[in-house]
Design a protein around this ligand. Structure first.
Ligand SMILES: [Fe+2]
Ligand SMILES: [Fe+2]
Length: 174
């Protein structure tokens, strides 16, 4: 993986997280009556989405619905493995915690993780069903230990002509 590809992936994670965070920050500001601050967070959140979109288009320039379903299934499958482990950890730490408030928080975290594990399973099943229905894919990918999601074709693999054609198309659309 080139340094720029790694940077793009990191930037995508950061922009995506900033988007969600600002949306929730806007709710905090709204709750406290700071309407202008809430609007500022919402406006900024939208721009972060556009940054994330620009990076997404670079990371996955030729992504198809089938690719998207496979990657989504891979992510959800990973989470169905991850959340039960997170729940166990929260339970273990909760039992070891001295302060009642910390025990309560860890117990709450455990509850969330257990619930998420169930929901992610449903998400994975729904994606798998569509892969089977639309693309006749029956094999269930094993949950990888680490996320292995890769762009299907990275920028450097595309020819310059291909790239400029794509950019031209995009300009016409927007
Ligand atoms: Fe940004
Ligand atoms: Fe999910």
């Amino acid at each position: 993986m080139s340094a720029t590809e790694r940077n793009l992936k990191g930037a995508f994670a950061g922009e995506s997280q900033a988007n969600r965070r600002y949306i929730f920050f806007a709710e905090v500001a709204q709750r406290e009556g700071y309407r202008d601050v809430a609007s500022l967070f919402k406006r900024t959140a939208e721009e972060e989405t556009e940054h994330a979109r620009a990076i997404f288009n670079m990371l996955y320039p030729q992504i198809t619905t089938k690719d998207a379903l496979r990657m989504a299934l891979e992510g959800e499958t990973l989470e169905t493995k991850m959340y039960p482990e997170y729940a166990e950890t929260a339970e273990r730490e909760g039992k070891a915690a001295d302060a009642a408030e910390l025990r309560r928080l860890l117990n709450e975290a455990k509850g969330h993780f257990e619930l998420f594990a169930e929901t992610e399973k449903k998400h994975a099943e729904a994606y798998k069903k569509e892969l089977e229905n639309l693309f006749q894919e029956y094999e269930k990918p094993e949950a990888p230990d680490v996320p292995t999601t890769k762009p299907y074709i990275f920028l450097s693999e595309l020819t310059i002509q291909n790239h400029s054609r794509r950019m031209g198309e995009k300009r016409q659309i927007s």
